[in-house]
Design a protein around this ligand. Structure first.
Ligand code: NAD
Length: 245
């Protein structure tokens, strides 16, 4: 039997990168997946033959979040993956970038979780997976003030949710990736003005000397979502090729 048969999953930030691969792997394991992203324009409720439903969702819009949660009261697995990397030190970080980091990385993780969790608690069955980052309370990286601060908040929220709801059939865990090869990473490389040099520097941050892959992150998300991880809650799994060593 597949690992997620009969599970309904909501993945935010599902259109590209880590969220896209988690969506594919969950589908391969028999789940129905609501793939939610700003980039999608779908508003329908019908899942396709593969079990997939692409839905437009701006996770920073509380009305849209509440409407989606009301429409799908049977969500078993929530993956909070949509996120934003702001560049700059505490001095360089603009108020707009700081606010966007808080809105997308922190407030949206709170509001999507708060919208979906009550039905999970009622069913005494739910898994929440927060995609944080090793750049958080685990370690700092140069020029990642707002990013590191907001991802540290994601880890704090993960612990709090696990503390409050693990006796109610809910498991909440975080994944903290190092540098992973995704479309937005290439945008960040291009933004440096010398993408090749930036790629060399980004690879060198990992003890393994390479970037992580979306497959490597999705494999751990699958473990957390499945019944293979029924005793895992409040954990933060660092997958960083040794970046934080
Ligand atoms: P990405 O940046 O390539 O894609 C993010 C997705 O989120 C996009 O599809 C985008 O449309 C969507 N999105 C953005 N704002 C949204 C909103 N308001 N509502 C709904 N969807 C929205 O993704 P990635 O690099 O795979 O990163 C995914 C997550 O993993 C993020 O939380 C990121 O911080 C985290 N992460 C990434 C890396 C990395 O190196 N790529 C490392 C550590 C952590």
């Amino acid at each position: 039997m597949s690992k997620l048969t009969a599970k309904t999953c909501l993945v935010t930030g599902a259109a590209q990168g880590i969220g896209a691969r988690i969506t594919e792997v969950f589908l391969e394991e028999g789940a129905r997946v609501i793939a939610a992203d700003l980039q999608y324009d779908g508003t329908g409720t019908g899942f396709d033959d593969t079990g997939r439903l692409n839905r437009h969702l701006d996770v920073t819009n509380p009305e849209q979040v509440a409407a989606l949660a009301a429409e799908f009261p049977d969500i078993n697995v929530l993956v909070n993956c949509a996120g934003y990397v702001a560049a700059g030190s505490v001095i360089d970080c603009t108020p707009a970038d700081f606010q966007r980091s808080v809105d997308l990385n922190v407030t949206a993780t709170y509001s999507v979780t708060a919208a979906v969790l009550p039905a999970m608690v009622e069913a005494r069955d739910g898994v929440i997976i927060n995609i944080a980052s090793v750049v958080s309370s685990v370690m700092a990286a140069p020029g990642r003030f707002a990013y590191g601060a907001t991802k540290a908040a994601v880890l704090g929220m993960t612990l709090s949710i696990a503390r409050d709801f693990s006796d109610k059939g809910i498991r909440c865990n975080a994944i903290s990736p190092g540098t992973v090869d995704t479309p937005s990473l290439h945008e960040r490389l291009a933004a440096t003005g010398d993408a090749e040099a930036a790629m060399t520097a980004f690879k060198a941050r990992q003890m393994t000397g390479r970037l992580g892959t979306v497959d490597e992150i999705a494999a751990v998300a699958l473990l957390m979502a499945s019944d293979d991880a029924t005793f895992m809650t409040g954990s933060n799994v660092v997958i960083d090729g040794g970046m934080s060593l």
